[in-house]
Write a protein that binds this ligand. Structure first.
Ligand SMILES: *Cc1c(COP(=O)(O)O)cnc(C)c1O
Length: 447
């Protein structure tokens, strides 16, 4: 094992990782995964409490997924998708159209969340250009939004730590205030720390007005508004109510700008509905899907859009073509796996499972409400979080991460939040087990 770690430090460069620190805190070497557990070389088990960066759904190496890979690999591994079609991509597109909100009738494939977002941004801007509105080219995003790490995605993301070094490369986006229910002073019945509190959800929360102010000034130069629906992951697991999303969708319509919903993290049942935007009963102009699309096993992404947008690109003028693609666009193995994953959603009633877990997760998290530096306890779907309000929150969260590893949990923090982001297939017993461990960890470190 030591040999492997030596070689890892010699040859690899890990994402989001200050490599200098890895000399003293070597990476965890995982040699095997099964169900919702990762195992290291000594056989020690770690529960996958962040779903392997928010993507795992059914647990690892699920037999149905493995079978789909094997079966697909026997007939068709990978071919280009430029004017060549294959049945896995056709079947999956038909399926995605049937399970996403009505009106999302076209599928454009790529291979990761960032590319799904880049595609939506580029399609929106080119749609307006193709239809004679080339002034409409700016994008509005939320001030704690996150949409990926490529230059376009970063330009509409606002997690400062991730983008500071690249400012000179970025295009100018318009930033709207995030609906922060936790420290919002506006009078509102929607204050929301998670789905369980949405009984009071009513129309027009005052935060929608901040979006409208931007549109009043800038609608004629704005192509699209991009949002993560209801759950803002990298911004720190912030949850806002459906009424805000509904309000923004109405504004997008009123001011003739596109609405791009980045469901990369929230899609496929993570929030308790198949797609988070279903809580608001809206159809966006674009929906970006990736992470859970293949159950968290293969790199695949899809950008869904409307027939109206699609038709904006149909022309005998070749400059109106959407000139974008990736080598692994619509990878057949990825598509086959996505179909197998969606079948498991039905066979295993995963949405039902998520909806039994949510109240339990919230109730368990609320048992820490007596710890004074814990604030804003919240939950949606299989995600639950709180903020650590303390000048040394970063150090405390690092301690929680290390104590988590020692106890067989993956507790990588996000901003000032400590959170769980469980696979949709997690069980009640696993939740009990996780919280038994967390009780010791949180009460020791955050006391
Ligand atoms: C993870 C994430 C992305 C980026 O996806 P990658 O596959 O890492 O490029 C984009 N948007 C959201 C909301 C995400 O959580």
């Amino acid at each position: 094992m030591q040999d492997w770690l030596e070689k890892d430090l010699t040859y690899n460069w890990h994402p989001y990782t200050q490599m200098l620190n890895l000399r003293d805190n070597p990476p965890l070497l995982i040699t095997r995964v099964a169900g919702r557990y990762l195992y290291d070389a000594d056989g020690k088990a770690y529960y996958d409490s962040n779903s392997s960066w928010w993507c795992n759904v059914h647990g690892h190496c699920h037999p149905a997924i493995r079978e789909a890979v094997e079966k697909q690999m026997r007939t068709l591994d990978h071919i280009m998708f430029g004017a060549i079609a294959h049945t896995p991509a056709i079947e999956l597109a038909e399926k995605l159209v049937s399970i996403t909100p009505p009106g999302l009738d076209r599928v454009f494939y790529s291979d990761n969340g960032s590319t799904a977002v880049e595609v939506a941004l580029k399609m929106s801007v080119q749609y307006w250009r193709n239809t004679g509105n080339s002034r409409k080219c700016r994008i509005i995003s939320l001030d704690a939004g996150y949409h990926g790490d490529t230059i376009g995605c970063m330009s509409v993301s606002n997690v400062e730590l991730f983008r500071g070094a690249f400012d000179p490369l970025m295009f100018q986006a318009i930033t709207a205030p995030t609906p922060h229910c936790d420290d919002c002073a506006l009078p509102c019945k929607n204050k929301s720390f998670g789905r369980l509190h949405w009984d009071t959800d009513d129309e027009n929360p005052p935060c929608v007005a901040s979006m409208e102010r931007l549109l009043i000034n800038d609608a004629d130069v704005t192509a699209a508004i991009i949002l993560e629906p209801l759950l803002m992951g990298a911004g720190g697991m912030l949850i806002y109510p459906p009424a805000y999303l509904r309000g923004v969708a109405q504004l997008a319509m009123k001011y003739n700008v596109h609405l791009i919903l980045d469901e990369v993290a929230t899609g496929f049942g993570r929030t308790g509905k198949m797609f988070a935007c279903e809580y608001a009963g809206i159809t966006p102009d674009f929906m970006c899907l990736s992470k859970g699309l293949t159950g968290g096993t293969m790199p695949l992404a899809a950008t869904m859009t409307t027939e109206t947008v699609y038709e904006g690109f149909l022309s005998t003028d070749s400059s109106k073509t959407f000139f974008h693609g990736h080598t692994y666009t619509a990878n057949p193995i990825g598509c086959a796996v996505a179909l197998a994953s969606l079948q498991l959603f039905e066979d295993d009633n995963l949405l039902g499972n998520v909806n039994t877990l949510t109240p339990l997760l919230l109730q368990k998290m609320q048992t820490f409400a007596d710890i004074p530096i814990i604030k804003n306890i919240r939950a949606i779907g299989t995600v639950t979080a709180f903020d650590v309000i303390h000048p040394d929150y970063a150090e405390l969260l690092k301690k929680i991460y290390r104590a988590g590893l020692a106890n067989g949990l993956i507790m990588r923090p996000m901003g000032k939040a400590s959170y769980l982001f469980l696979p949709q297939s997690a069980t009640i017993d696993e939740v009990e087990m996780v919280f038994e461990k967390l009780d010791g960890i949180y009460r020791e470190i955050l006391k």
